[in-house]
Design a protein around this ligand. Structure first.
Ligand code: RRO
Length: 331
C-alpha cells in the first residue's frame, strides 16, 4: 500500500492558481457538500461550470435508490431538515459519469456509503478505477431507518477504515457526524490518524432532529415520523466546535473540511479561523443554486482585504481565545 504522506508544508500551498491537497489541485477552497443538487448528471455539470472548487457527488450506494417518501426536505430562514434516504443512481452509473466530469478540470470527489464493509470495498475499488480524485467515505447518514450511523460506533469505524484504507491508494476523506464530547472527538481523531485518512469532512447534518409546523401541528417532513438531519444556520456553532477540536487533535496532519451553515463569505471565514482548510456548502447551495460559490468567494475576498489579510492561509487556525472580559456579563 502506498501511503499518501501528508506534510504540513505542502498542504494547502497555492500553486499556479490551484491549492494542493493530497496532491489534488483545487481551484478554490469553497465547494459543494455532498447531498443537495449533486445526484443527476445535469446537476453535476452545473457544478462543473460553477466556481465550486470541486464536484462533490451525492453519496452513492451499491444499488440505485429512490430514497425515502416525499415530502423529505424542508427549509426555513434558520436552515433545513432532510430525510432524503440516499436517493442516488448507484455506483455503476457514477463510474460512467466520473470520466465525463474530468473535463471541468477540478477534483471529482465521490462520496459513498455501503450497507456492509464488502459493499464499501467494492465501490471504493470501482470508483477509484473510474477516476475519482478523492473518495469521501460517508460514515454518518442519519436517515436510514434501522441503520445507525457507523461513525457513532468507534470499533466499527476503525474496522471499516482499516480495511478501506488497504483497498485504495487514492486520497480518502471521511465524513463524520457532529460529536458533542471532547473525548469522542479525540477518540475519532486517533482512529483517523492511525488509519492514514487524508481528509475529514465535518459535520454531516445533525441527525434525528425534528422541525415542527405549529399551525398544522405536524412535522414538516414525512419519513421516520418527521425525524431527519438538520443543516444550515441551526448547526453552525456545532460545526465550528467540531472543526476547531478536530483541527487541534489532528495537528495539521489531516486537513479538515468544514461544513454546516455557510451562507456567506463571513461564515466561511469563521470556519477557516477554526482550522478548516477547505469548506463545503449544503443548505444554502440547495436554495440559491450554483451561483453561490462565486458570491461566497467574492465576499470572502472582500473580507480578507478589509482585514488586511494577503491570503486566507494567514487566517487558518488563528482563532484567538478571549482575553479580558469583552464577552462578560453585561457586555
Ligand atoms: O441521503 C440522505 O438522507 C442523507 C445523507 Br446520505 C447524509 O449523509 N446526510 C444527510 O443529511 N442526508
Amino acid at each position: 500500500m502506498l501511503t499518501v504522506i501528508l506534510k504540513k508544508e505542502v498542504e494547502g500551498v497555492f500553486v499556479d492558481q490551484f491549492y494542493s491537497f493530497n496532491s489534488v489541485l483545487f481551484p478554490s477552497r469553497i465547494m459543494n457538500a455532498s447531498g443537495p443538487l449533486c445526484t443527476w448528471e445535469q446537476e453535476l455539470n452545473a457544478l462543473g461550470e460553477s466556481a465550486s472548487g470541486a464536484i462533490v457527488l451525492k453519496t452513492t450506494t451499491f444499488e440505485p435508490r429512490a430514497g425515502n417518501d416525499r415530502p423529505k426536505y424542508f427549509e426555513n430562514e434558520w436552515g433545513s431538515i432532510n430525510s432524503n434516504g440516499l436517493e442516488n443512481l448507484g455506483y455503476k452509473k457514477y463510474c460512467e459519469l466520473i470520466p465525463k466530469l474530468k473535463r471541468f478540470n477540478k477534483p471529482v470527489i465521490s462520496s459513498l456509503s455501503g450497507f456492509s464493509l464488502e459493499e464499501f470495498t467494492t465501490m471504493v475499488g470501482a470508483l477509484d478505477q473510474a477516476g475519482a480524485d478523492i473518495l469521501e467515505i460517508n460514515l454518518s447518514c442519519p436517515n436510514i431507518a434501522g441503520k445507525p450511523q457507523v461513525a457513532y460506533d468507534f470499533e466499527m469505524s476503525e474496522k471499516y477504515l482499516h480495511t478501506i484504507r488497504s483497498t485504495t491508494e487514492k486520497p480518502l476523506w471521511v465524513k463524520l457526524p457532529p460529536y458533542f464530547e471532547t473525548i469522542h472527538r479525540q477518540e475519532m481523531a486517533r482512529i483517523l490518524l492511525k488509519n492514514e485518512v487524508n481528509g475529514v469532512t465535518l459535520i454531516n447534518s445533525l441527525g434525528n432532529a425534528l422541525i415542527v409546523d405549529p399551525e398544522k401541528e405536524q412535522a414538516v417532513i414525512k419519513p421516520k415520523q418527521g425525524l431527519g438531519g438538520v443543516g444550515g444556520k441551526y448547526v453552525k456553532p456545532v460545526a465550528l466546535g467540531n472543526v476547531f477540536t478536530f483541527s487541534q487533535e489532528l495537528e495539521n496532519k489531516i486537513p479538515v473540511i468544514g461544513v454546516g451553515g455557510i451562507y456567506t463569505g463571513m461564515d466561511a471565514f469563521e470556519f477557516f479561523l477554526c482550522g478548516a482548510q477547505l469548506v463545503q456548502i449544503g443548505t444554502a447551495y440547495k436554495s440559491q443554486g450554483p451561483g453561490i460559490f462565486a458570491r461566497v468567494q467574492g465576499e470572502l475576498n472582500e473580507l480578507l482585504q478589509r482585514k488586511n489579510y494577503a491570503r486566507i492561509e494567514d487566517a487558518i487556525g488563528k482563532l484567538k481565545v478571549v482575553e479580558g472580559e469583552e464577552y462578560g456579563f453585561g457586555a
